[in-house]
Design a protein around this ligand. Structure first.
Ligand SMILES: [Zn+2]
Length: 307
């Protein structure tokens, strides 16, 4: 979620709290989510894996150096071919492994690998900023979509890929596995940390809240409150609808506080000094947080005051 520098070349600087990042020591954790869906967690984004008779679909690819380890875990779940990669957005910790995964897939015209993302992801990867390393061709999501959503059927399951405009970035997708009843949310939802609104890459606070509300509209709770639809976040633990409600409420409450302060003509410095996040900081800020309380407030302020 947190990675705003270039693609492959910047991967080592991108793992927070690990200094010169030694990917060798990263252990993969594989967790069954529900139905055909698993979550693999390593050092970058969570990787969502759907397996079945037709092969393997993955959502997000972490960093290239971690792909052999991720692939080894996937092979324990399925010996079938990797047929689909869906990238939830452009950040390097979500697309960094695309090329390495593509190399693992035999060039079979009958079973080609498709890399799907919103077209804004392809646009940004194809035209990186001057200080960014352009990704290799094989890493690009050539199966881009530009409609409000894209659907497909794989492993006997209907899969919906929804575009969430101007949220964490301008190219976010949320993936619903309808049969398994699992949502892969990307960095729109990152429990335990404040959302990173990447204003430079087209994100916005209102889009972030709309995306969270959309996840809630897609999710169905169980009678017992826990369970029902499970949500795999961009980073962090497997969650359910109640967790997303709590997160959405936090973002809305802090947004409203900051908005009220702006209405009172307070400056950004005055707003930061008033600590509008104070009662949430213990839950959402830790020593290695990329989005500090001040940074979150700054992004809200910038998003609300932007012309
Ligand atoms: Zn991100």
């Amino acid at each position: 979620m947190l990675i705003v520098a270039g693609f492959a070349a910047s991967a080592t600087s991108a793992v927070h709290g690990q200094g010169g990042a030694n990917f060798d020591n990263v252990q993969m954790k594989v967790l069954p989510v529900q139905g055909n869906i698993y979550m693999i967690a390593g050092a970058g984004s969570n990787v969502t894996v759907q397996v079945g008779k037709e092969g393997v679909l993955i959502v997000d690819t972490e960093f290239a150096p971690l792909v052999p380890k991720i692939a080894a875990e996937i092979r324990k779940l399925s010996k079938g071919p990797i047929r689909y990669i869906i990238n939830t957005h452009v950040h390097a910790d979500h697309v960094g492994g695309n090329e390495a995964f593509a190399k693992l897939v035999p060039d079979d015209p009958a079973a080609p690998l498709k890399i799907i993302a919103h077209e804004n992801v392809l646009n940004r990867m194809s035209k990186p900023a001057p200080n960014e390393t352009p990704p290799p061709d094989a890493a690009l999501p050539r199966d881009e979509y530009f409609t409000p959503f894209k659907d497909l059927r794989f492993n006997g399951e209907a899969i919906f890929i929804y575009y969430e405009p101007k949220a964490h970035t301008d190219g976010d997708s949320v993936v619903l596995f309808r049969g398994s009843d699992v949502i892969s949310a990307g960095d729109v939802f990152t429990p335990g940390t404040y959302p990173f609104i990447d204003l430079e890459r087209g994100g916005s606070l209102d889009g972030e809240i709309a995306a969270l509300n959309h996840i809630l509209a897609l999710a169905v709770p169980a009678h017992t409150q826990d369970g029902g639809t499970y949500v795999v976040p961009g980073h962090g633990r497997i969650c359910d609808e109640g967790d997303v409600v709590e997160y959405r409420d936090m973002v809305v409450i802090i947004r409203d506080r900051v908005r009220d302060m702006i209405k009172k003509s307070m400056t950004l410095d005055q707003i930061k000094a008033a600590k509008p996040t104070r009662d949430y900081d213990t839950e959402y800020v830790s020593a290695d947080s990329f989005v500090t309380a001040d940074r979150f407030v700054e992004s809200i302020y910038a998003s609300l005051t932007r012309k």
